[in-house]
Design a protein around this ligand. Structure first.
Ligand SMILES: [Zn+2]
Length: 485
């Protein structure tokens, strides 16, 4: 007997009033993707456990130390049995469970470093062989300070992002009231192409989540991105400083056109870049009347640190990582000295961090509780990653991610892309040794598609790029003045 009231054919999402409104608003963009947080009940439990541990262990150094030793013991056992990169190491031919906590830390420090290049070129050497691939999500990083790469991740790993974000907000005295009737978080992108969708996040009180691209080709009207976000007033905006600046700029254009619908009023803005310039910070706080919190986060590691409320640097955010600071040759630097930030631990089953060299430099201050009240170590003088914008000859701005997307189509192993002060572009690229097809002309014409037909692009293929000992090749740089300068 067919009974309409119990029919399950009606997809749950069409009954979801908020998601329906988000998709059907007259200001809505063309969303190009369907997604959820992919958290099963079991996964949700794991993220909740992570959140409870985060709260407790951030405050208690001794408990955190014990937890970390337990975690590293498990990690090193897995490495010795299941991760190709470590299985054959003599250092790991010991019974890890017989070692004391101090010996566990010593053992960790004897293991080789892992680097971005290792994961980019030989990911299988870093994934435990017993892990099921069923839940794997793959992110592609844009790489502002290194080549793009694919990073395997898991829904629980991604799910832990929300508690970390909320913890950073709490440390700033911000406690947003999330509700399933509202949008909690809006991720603002400003790039040529990216996936866009709306969904709900179970870990954020099941509130709405939107990922949008304010690039004008996605919208019915160029000012709609501002109208759309304003209509739903998300509690938090996350994104990079350029996306936020462009959004503020659209708001100003609306006001200039006589619109009196008010402004987007988030409770906080979280930028994924660190060391914001004062100019851009005050531009954003003026427009949105909200605090800007900087998050030091890498796709490979997840969030690492957030900007201290009192401006003393960046507090380590998760309780489940250990930091080492090393010099160019991998030797530990003196306490408080500058060096490369190296991370072990984390919560990604497909890429457990073992002495992962981030490529970012800073000093770590472990001297005790900060003036702001947070007892976690501080990273100071952090030279983190900044997204970079390029000015095309069509007068538009594009993100370095858009350049990455073009160059990814070629077997490039290293490159340096630069815009000089007069607006001309320069690319130096090193090709994989197997490549016999790519020419300077092909690269130039691919870049012209995005930079404009009249763009002056000087392309050089250099088979030795990066071989010198003068540090690593920085993929993106610019000397061209930005739109807010
Ligand atoms: Zn502090």
């Amino acid at each position: 007997m067919y009974d309409e009231s119990t029919a399950i054919d009606e997809p749950e999402k069409t009954k979801d009033k908020l998601l329906h409104e988000l998709k059907e608003s007259s200001h809505a963009p063309k969303f190009n993707y369907e997604a959820t947080d992919m958290l099963s009940n079991a996964g949700l439990e794991l993220v909740r456990k992570f959140q409870a541990e985060l709260k407790e262990l951030r405050l208690d150094k001794d408990l955190r130390g014990e937890f970390m030793c337990r975690k590293l013991r498990g990690l090193l056992t897995t490495a010795s049995r299941e991760i190709f990169n470590y299985m054959d190491l003599d250092e790991l031919k010991v019974d890890v469970n017989e070692l004391t906590d101090a010996e566990i830390m010593d053992l960790l420090h004897k293991l080789p470093f892992s680097k971005r290049e290792d994961l980019a070129q030989r990911p299988w050497k870093h994934i435990p062989i017993s892990e099921s691939f069923n839940d794997m999500i793959v992110y592609v990083t844009a790489g502002t300070t290194a080549e793009p790469m694919k990073v395997p991740s898991h829904p629980v790993t991604t799910g832990c992002y929300s508690p970390l974000l909320l913890e950073a907000l709490h440390q700033h005295g911000i406690h947003p009231e999330f509700s399933r009737d509202d949008v909690g978080i809006c991720l603002v992108c400003f790039q040529e192409k990216t996936v866009t969708f709306v969904t709900r996040l179970q870990m954020v009180h099941n509130s709405g989540f939107m990922k949008i691209n304010i690039k004008d080709s996605e919208w019915r009207d160029p000012l709609d991105p501002y109208r759309y976000i304003r209509q739903f007033q998300p509690r938090l905006l996350t994104g990079d400083p350029f996306s936020f600046s462009e959004l503020a700029h659209l708001g100003n254009l609306l006001e200039d056109a006589g619109d009196d619908g008010g402004r987007i009023q988030p409770e906080a803005m979280i930028t994924t870049a660190v060391a914001l310039k004062d100019g851009i910070r005050s531009y954003l706080t003026d427009h949105f009347d909200a605090k800007v919190i900087e998050l030091y986060s890498l796709t490979e590691t997840g969030p690492v640190a957030y900007s201290c409320r009192m401006g003393h640097g960046y507090h380590v955010l998760p309780h489940d990582i250990v930091l080492e600071v090393v010099d160019h040759d991998g030797n530990p630097v003196g306490a408080g000295d500058i060096g490369e930030i190296t991370i072990s631990g984390g919560r990604n089953p497909y890429f457990p961090l073992i002495r992962y060299r981030t490529g970012d430099w800073g000093r770590v201050d472990r001297s005790g509780t900060c003036e702001c009240g947070d007892p976690m170590p501080l990273i100071k003088d952090l030279e983190g990653r900044q997204p970079i914008l390029y000015h095309t000859c069509n007068g538009t701005w594009i993100n370095n991610r858009d350049i990455t997307a073009v160059l990814e189509q070629f077997p490039i192993t290293r490159f340096h892309f630069h815009q000089d002060g007069s607006g001309n572009f320069h690319l130096v690229a090193r090709l994989a040794s197997f490549d016999k097809m790519t020419t300077e002309e092909l690269l130039e014409s691919a870049l012209q598609n995005i930079l404009g037909n009249t763009a002056r692009i000087d392309v050089k293929i250099d088979p030795k790029l990066g071989d010198s000992n003068r540090g690593k090749v920085i993929p993106f740089s610019t000397e061209y003045p930005l739109f807010y300068e």
